[in-house]
Design a protein around this ligand. Sequence first.
Ligand code: C2E
Length: 356
Amino acid sequence: MGNVQSITLKKDMAKILIIDDQKLHALSLEKILVNAGYQNTRCLTEPLKALNMVQEYLPDLLVLDLIMPQLDGFQIIEQLHGFRRQHYLPILALSEGKNPNARLRALQAGATDYLSQPFEDVEIIFRIKNMVETRSLHAQVENQNRALEDKVRDRTKELREAQFDVMRRLALAAEFRDNKTGSHIMRLGYYCAKFAESLGLTDAECEFLLHASPLHDVGKIGIPDRILLKPGPLTSEEFDVMKTHTTIGAELLAGSHSPVMQMAETIALTHQEKWDGSGYPQGLRKEEIPMIGQICSVCDVFDALTTERPYKKAWTPQAALEQMSREKETHFQPKLVDRFIEIFPEVERIRTQNPD
Ligand code: C2E
């Protein structure tokens, strides 16, 4: 904690605010403090300005006369409750010794310490010294906490980046057999994040989708070459094997505590479901299909149609959108297709910037 030292409150740096309506009292106290080495003091003789002054000056310590006209010290302590919830501000309350209840009342109201007048200079100096030291320790702890929070934040970011990196490599490994460049999964991530944003998903959900959706077909790792790379149409037996890529993928990704990995698992399992219930592997219908699975399905089919596969030529984007429009209600939730068409200029930009 190298910078802890630097924030240790030096005596001459401690900001001390004296609030006393009697100017003479305030000035003589200020003189005592200055003589004791406290150079950074201010006096306020108008109690009504106390809150503003505290907010603006941000003192390290407040010396407060309790008995004042218009607004007394107890009311000022009350006014400062909100401020003191955010900032550590010790208050030394001063009052005439004749009032025996004042001490208890002041401490109950929230004063940190109390001194009855008249007092000896040395006594107030010691009290202030102690309070400034406590203030300093508090500042050190606050600073350490902030430094720790920063470290935790940086570390969490590093871990997340590492996790995203591993996810991307896993998706690339799965994709490698039928697409050496990995461009399909990159485009898919971008499409899904952009599409999700247009549908009102949160920034965090969009970021997770960017990294989770490329794993949608990770289960194709378990599909034999003779089926995955077959240049022609699949037989129904072959297609049954092909369908297992959804469950294989979900099993591969299952059991993680990480929300982004859980999202990837859900996508792997549900991206081949269809709105009318004719999809696989579970035959889910309509809203039973998680939204992230539906989002991925729209983007995946668009990308599959517009790119070349071992078993088919690439379609034009226009032909792909027309086909997807024909599949509203059957394959896709209609409003999702409509929204995807609305954001088509963005989709097209991603497509042209990330060619095969
Ligand atoms: P994929 O190539 O990534 O295709 C994903 C989805 O895009 C397909 O899911 C389908 O819904 C849509 N799609 C792709 N190409 C066409 C097309 O020419 N016409 C239409 N109407 N839709 C298309 P699906 O059908 O469940 O296929 C899942 C995966 O199975 C495909 O992923 C691909 O790897 C494989 N596959 C599907 N059909 C064949 C085929 O005839 N031959 C071979 N070798 N593989 C196939």
